[in-house]
Design a protein. Structure first.
Length: 417
């Protein structure tokens, strides 16, 4: 038994995510201060997230055929080049809005493949370390939230000090370091190569599993609203209150602090807490309160307090979703099913920034926040109406996979609520 592959993958994810969260401050601020248009911020977000979603589907088939480790390393190297184009062109005075859109679209497409690859690689790293699935996914979330805690405040400070374009060079460097970590540390047994790489296999499995369908539909809406919140509502609120880009980073950092503390706590409690009830309660807390708070107050202290609470609650969501998914999805379909789930649940993300920008420009920030908060509240109340059915679904085995699957595929274990 060795913990090196899991530790290496956790480190790689933490490094690359830290750079990405720094970029999450730099890119919208760059567009906002140079154009003054919330809609253009949304357009840039659309240019990045739409390729991310589409490439995730294609990347899933590639992962199942080539292997997740090879795809993860290649994607990180390519991401370093794509993101590095932005500060390079800026330094030459050649960074037009059209070229910025092209660069973020390229980075988004590559990142979609890399995201699926790393999540498909995680179960093999967990198996090598012989760590319980629920605990390992909680650890993965802890590192991701720690990256959020560090990346957003550092991004705010660096954007203030250096300017947003130059800061993106750090994001490029983080991808290079991530590629090095996966290539040198994450050495696990390669899964049997699957020659059947049809994209439809992932969607067929998704369609047969009602539990995954229900959760994915919910995530479609919440991810759409969260995208509008992150790339439009929060930056515009910071600008309108005069707090400056550093405040944008600190709000995200406080959210990250709550998320780190929550993830650490959940890592020790995961095997004892009921998954369905925990997920429903935490979705409710992590969602609409942050939107209503921005709509109803300009007081930064209250915004920071709500952000901290949202972080605590949100820290449990991804570990639960990841554990359920890994337990239900057959190994040889993992890349394509994860790609399909990601495509559907993130399908609203490309429109989120654009719709958020249009809502602010047409109706004002407060009206946009109240509308988005109401939508989020309705969606996150829905699980409470079907708690018993959800518990039964989580306790059942996943539906049988396609009869054309290789006979050597391991059985899918049932999930314990």
């Amino acid at each position: 038994m060795t913990r090196r592959p899991l530790a290496g993958l956790l480190a790689a994810e933490a490094v690359s995510l830290t750079g990405s969260h720094i970029a999450a401050v730099a890119v919208p601020w760059l567009v906002l201060v140079t154009t003054g248009s919330a809609t253009r911020v949304g357009v840039v977000a659309l240019a990045q997230t739409l390729p991310f979603v589409l490439a995730g589907v294609l990347g899933g088939a590639l992962v199942d055929r080539v292997g997740p480790r090879r795809v993860a390393v290649t994607a990180d190297v390519a991401s370093a080049i794509a993101v590095g184009l932005i500060p390079f062109l800026h330094g030459l005075g050649q960074l037009t809005f059209a070229r910025l859109l092209t660069a973020v679209a390229l980075a988004g497409a590559i990142g979609g493949c890399g995201n699926v690859a790393k999540r498909a690689l995680l179960p093999a790293a967990i198996e090598a370390s012989r760590t319980p699935m629920a605990r390992a996914t909680a650890l993965f979330e802890s590192f991701a939230r720690a990256a959020l805690l560090v990346g957003l405040p550092v991004g705010g400070v660096l954007v203030t000090a250096l300017g947003p374009a130059l800061v993106l060079a750090l994001d490029a460097a983080s991808f290079a370091l991530s590629a090095l970590a996966v290539a040198t540390l994450v050495r696990v047994r390669a899964p049997a190569r699957n020659e059947q790489t049809g994209l439809s296999a992932g969607f067929r499995f998704l369609r047969r599993d009602r539990l995954v369908v229900a959760v994915t539909a919910m995530l479609f809406v919440t991810n759409l609203v969260d995208q509008a919140f992150m790339v439009v509502f929060l930056p515009v609120w910071v600008r309108d209150t005069g707090a400056g880009p550093a405040a944008l980073g600190w709000i995200g950092g406080v959210f990250g602090l709550g998320a780190v503390l929550g993830a650490v706590a959940y890592a020790s409690l995961a095997v004892r807490l009921p998954r369905v009830t925990t997920f429903a309660i935490c979705c409710l807390i992590a969602g609409s309160p942050k939107l209503f708070t921005l709509a109803l107050t300009d007081h930064p202290g209250l915004v920071l307090a709500v952000a901290f609470g949202a972080g605590l609650a949100a820290s449990t969501l991804n570990p639960i979703l990841m554990a359920v998914g890994y337990e239900r999805i057959p190994v040889h379909l993992r890349g394509r099913v994860l790609g399909a789930v990601g495509a559907v649940s993130f399908a609203g993300v490309p429109a989120g920034g654009l719709l958020g920008g249009l809502a602010v420009d047409l109706g004002g920030l407060r009206h946009a926040l109240l509308t988005a908060g109401a939508i989020y509240l309705v969606v996150t109340l829905a699980p409470f109406l079907t708690l018993s059915r959800l518990r039964e679904a989580v306790g059942q085995p996943a539906p049988k996979s396609d009869s054309r699957q290789p006979p050597s595929s391991p059985p899918v274990p049932a999930i314990t609520a």
